[in-house]
Design a protein around this ligand. Structure first.
Ligand SMILES: *Cc1c(COP(=O)(O)O)cnc(C)c1O
Length: 359
């Protein structure tokens, strides 16, 4: 089976994890701190706060920004449902803004002026041009689950050049893995403090009362990453540039290999952008049949995504088609081909051959 995405774990990653297992700390300790320092340096942000997973990171970001009941949080319909669920967790009113057919990201010109927060999803790894937001909401949170290692003219995704916080996921299909894991980067010291507070039950130390004393002004969660996971993450981060470069080589090869097939490719983005290439989506006619044939041939294609606005929790397909026509048209025939650094040239050629036969 060739999956659509998978981790690249080498002996040095395994040794880094074993070293932690033999040590004194298993849950959050020095390896978490080292991982956070490395991540902050890599994406050129002042602070990085790690979490148990990317969904927890998004929840924490929404909480740290002070979003709650009455707040209007908008995101893209073409994303993983976690981008919207974070608004639901804090009691905000979750809304959607249709995407731009030239990027498959939220249309930066269409974000309404009365939104309090935008969760900007860098779909497939192509950064949202946040410098071009026509109406800038008071809170901008990036969902960069697809985009670690991506860059714009303003620097690496994660440096929060045009956002308050940037959220990452380190799930094994993402570019860098900790097994389960996530992080939020920010340049705002107060937000970093709130993120750490939320991760650890909402606890605020009270050294003015005593070394033992603490208080919980607002309940938080137990969303900590462990040292075991962080050790894997730190080892993986040293390979980020190589992972993203290989993903971009595979994308260029797909472009070439697919040029004679009746498929439509997803947007490449501007020339001054480095694409993170988490996914390689294309469009095919008769998707259901092509999907079945590829799966039957051991090729783990996937659809990213069923629009969030189709789900009963947020809407339904009829309403979604009326309100978000671009998302609906892009969803037609959308199919993700295998994309991960250890995908060999030969396996990639095999995928394209079977795809050609399936069309
Ligand atoms: C993977 C993903 C998440 C959630 O990350 P987890 O680590 O799996 O919780 C959130 N948003 C997007 C766009 C994702 O792809």
């Amino acid at each position: 089976m060739i999956p659509y995405g998978r981790q690249s774990v080498d002996d040095d990653d395994i040794e880094a994890v074993v070293k932690v297992l033999r040590g004194d700390w298993l849950t959050q300790g020095p390896a978490v701190e080292a991982f956070e320092d490395l991540l902050a340096a890599k994406v050129e942000a002042r602070y990085a706060v790690s979490f148990a997973n990317g969904t927890a990171a998004l929840h924490a970001a929404a909480w740290a920004a002070g979003l709650g009941p009455g707040a209007r949080l908008a995101t893209s319909p073409l994303t993983f449902v976690a981008s919207a669920n974070c608004g639901h967790y804090v009691g905000a009113d979750v809304q959607f803004v249709d995407i731009d057919p030239l990027t498959y990201n939220v249309d930066v010109a269409a974000v309404p002026h009365d939104i309090d927060a935008l969760v900007a999803v860098h779909y497939a790894g192509l950064p949202v041009q946040l410098d071009q937001l026509r109406n800038r909401p008071s809170v901008v949170i990036e969902d960069a689950a697809h985009a670690i290692g991506a860059r714009t003219a303003d620097g690496p995704v994660g440096n929060c050049a045009h956002s308050d916080m940037c959220c990452f996921s380190f799930h094994p299909v993402k570019t860098v893995t900790t097994a389960e894991g996530g992080a939020v980067t920010t340049n705002d010291e107060r937000l970093a403090e709130r993120l750490r507070q939320f991760r650890h039950h909402g606890i605020v130390p009270r050294p003015d009362i005593g070394a033992w004393a603490y208080e919980v002004p607002e309940p938080g969660m137990n969303y900590r990453l462990t040292d075991v996971h962080a050790a894997l993450g730190a080892s993986q981060l040293t390979k980020l540039d190589r992972f993203v470069a290989r993903r971009n080589v595979l994308a260029a090869r797909y472009r070439e290999l697919l040029s004679d097939l009746p498929v439509r490719l997803a947007p490449e983005g501007r020339a001054d952008v480095t694409h993170g290439r988490h996914l390689y989506p294309i469009h095919v006619a008769n998707r259901a049949a092509v999907f079945e044939r590829l799966r039957a041939a051991g090729i783990g294609v996937q659809v990213h995504y069923v629009p969030v606005t189709h789900h009963p929790a947020y809407g339904n397909p009829t309403w979604s088609a009326r309100e978000f026509p671009i998302t609906e048209s892009i969803y037609q025939g959308l199919l993700s081909l295998p994309m991960f650094p250890d995908l060999s040239d030969q396996d990639q050629e095999h995928v394209v051959r079977v795809l050609g036969e399936s069309l």
